[in-house]
Write a new protein. Structure first.
Length: 532
């Protein structure tokens, strides 16, 4: 039985998915919420939100992602970063998952990935859980109703959390698996209820396809000045570094909060919604995101609430520190309707420095920008990945290593060319710790970060006096109106300056050791940054 907005020329049975009890196509938010409540997948929250939990999986499982080895992928995939899967193992996994759908209800969403019609891909998401279907309807771009009549998928995602893989039979690491076959244009997800695997699988697809077209896929948020899409900024960073928070500026237009492409025409959002971390969210610091957590059909993930009033507790991380809200872009009042903007005028690289060594903001030369982009220094924030319980310093190349199917140097070269062609100014912003490392120092004040970013984006920061950092060589402003000068010099925020020097020297050595892997494939000016 197939219900809803069905394309008669492209049904599940045409894709080999048979034996299910019912398939519901392209249900809208009211029906999806109603189905989820009826199936007891979640509960109704304040404002008509849908409150869900994800069981033991409250973050991504990057080590369980696999890519099928084939003649077309053998020499294009970065195999040191992507676990390989043999074609016959993928086929067994696929057939066993197809058998698993027997007598189960399935939910289908036909969606676009990419706001630029010239480069977007059509994605069909087949979900066992109703709320996963609602989640991905928020996160990707919804076609017009008439477009669904002729929709044909370029890629299909089949997500069955109740199916558990057999590592020996299916050639994977554990009973949880995210398997991508770029030849068959099929993604299989099993053994995890964490909805973020859906969106990050789509991001991985675009990270593979777009470089061949000269388009830079970016793990970044983006915004532009009101009435001026030429004044565009992008914010690179891993989850927890502030991409969503800092781009949701009420004085600027939000293009998107997580994933974008940079083409010859400008930038474009991959998505149609936001997936925001909600821990310690406040109406004062993040009013737009806070408001979205009370809007109809927003998916509230792994949060607690008052039993009677349903008021959310933004401080309670008993389920996970990675608690989140998923909602469509139009829930943000100042969001772009098109998801498009011009070439970036400013590029901001966000790092969450758990050592407390980095300054709150620094200006980078193009070579330094490439060095920091390929390094991708930050900290994994508690809960974002399984097993991470406190900030862990890490190097995640291109600020998104878990989602890169290709070698980092490919992305780095495209970005370097675009920065040179369009003359973007590059900044490094530390949203991590100051006054000491994690456990001793304090988190960088968000009001200071916002003020420094505002000054950078409106051009006033460029006119200030800068000093050269003795350890990293980048330029750091000496004074900025409204900002404590001591905060701008992290050494002065430490009680023991010698301890700061030791931590800085340690971090510089970590940078150099990590960057050795890229030296054979980069140009001399970037290599010179590493050599000091």
């Amino acid at each position: 039985m197939e219900k809803g907005r069905v394309n008669p020329n492209f049904t599940l049975t045409d894709q080999g998915i048979k034996g299910f009890a019912a398939a519901y196509y392209n249900l809208t938010e009211p029906d999806l919420v109603a189905h989820a409540l009826d199936r007891k997948e979640g509960s109704l929250g304040e404002g008509g939100t849908l409150m869900v939990t994800t069981g033991k999986f409250t973050g991504r499982s990057p080590k369980d992602k696999h890519v099928v080895m084939s003649p077309s992928t053998k020499d294009t995939i970065w195999w040191e970063n992507n676990a390989r899967m043999e074609k016959d193992a993928f086929d067994r996994l696929h057939q066993d998952m197809l058998a698993h759908v027997k007598d189960r209800d399935l939910y289908v969403q036909d969606l676009y990935a990419g706001a630029d019609p010239k480069t977007r891909i059509n994605v069909r998401v087949v979900s066992e859980l109703t709320w996963h279907n609602l989640f991905i309807r928020h996160l990707l771009i919804r076609p017009d109703r008439q477009a669904l009549d002729s929709f044909e998928a370029d890629f299909t995602i089949l997500n069955l959390p109740s199916f558990f893989a057999d590592p020996e039979r299916h050639g994977c690491r554990t009973e949880t698996v995210i398997a991508l076959d770029f030849d068959r244009k099929l993604i299989l997800i099993a053994g995890t209820e964490y909805a973020g695997e859906n969106k990050k699988s789509v991001f991985t697809i675009l990270n593979y396809l777009l470089p061949e077209k000269g388009i830079m896929p970016m793990h970044c948020s983006a915004n532009h000045a009101r009435g001026n899409p030429v004044d565009t900024a992008v914010f690179f960073g891993l989850s927890g570094t502030g991409k969503t928070t800092l781009s949701a500026d009420p004085n600027r237009i939000l293009v998107g909060d997580d994933e974008h492409g940079w083409s010859n025409e400008g930038i474009f959002n991959f998505e149609g919604g936001c997936y925001a971390k909600t821990i310690r969210l406040s109406p004062e610091a993040e009013p737009e995101i806070f408001a979205a957590t009370k809007m109809f059909a927003t998916v509230i993930e792994n949060m607690t609430a008052d039993d009677e009033t349903k008021t959310l507790d933004y401080e309670d991380d008993s389920l996970t520190a990675n608690m989140r809200a998923a909602y469509p872009m139009h829930y943000i009042a100042n969001a772009s309707e098109s998801g498009l903007a011009r070439h970036p005028k400013n590029i901001v690289m966000l790092t969450c420095d758990a050592f407390g060594v980095m300054p709150p903001i620094a200006r980078l030369t193009p070579a330094q920008a490439m060095y920091h982009f390929l390094s991708g220094f930050t900290s994994k924030v508690a809960g974002t990945e399984r097993g991470v319980t406190e900030p862990e310093p890490t190097f995640s190349t291109c600020f998104g290593a878990p989602f890169l199917p290709r070698r980092p140097e490919e992305y780095g070269q495209i970005l370097q060319d675009k920065i040179a062609r369009h003359g973007a100014t590059c900044w490094l912003v530390n949203t991590g710790w100051t006054g000491g490392a994690y456990g001793t120092g304090e988190r960088m004040p968000i009001h200071a970060t916002r003020a420094l970013l505002t000054a950078a984006l409106d051009g006033t920061l460029a006119s200030r006096t800068f000093r050269k950092d003795p350890y990293f060589g980048f330029e750091v402003p000496v004074t900025v109106p409204g900002i404590d000068a001591e905060l701008l010099d992290p050494r002065g925020t430490w009680n023991d300056p010698q301890a700061y020097d030791a931590a800085a020297q340690k971090l510089v050595a970590m940078f150099a050791e990590n960057f050795e892997q890229y030296t054979p494939n980069i140009n001399a000016d970037v290599r010179a940054v590493m050599l000091g």
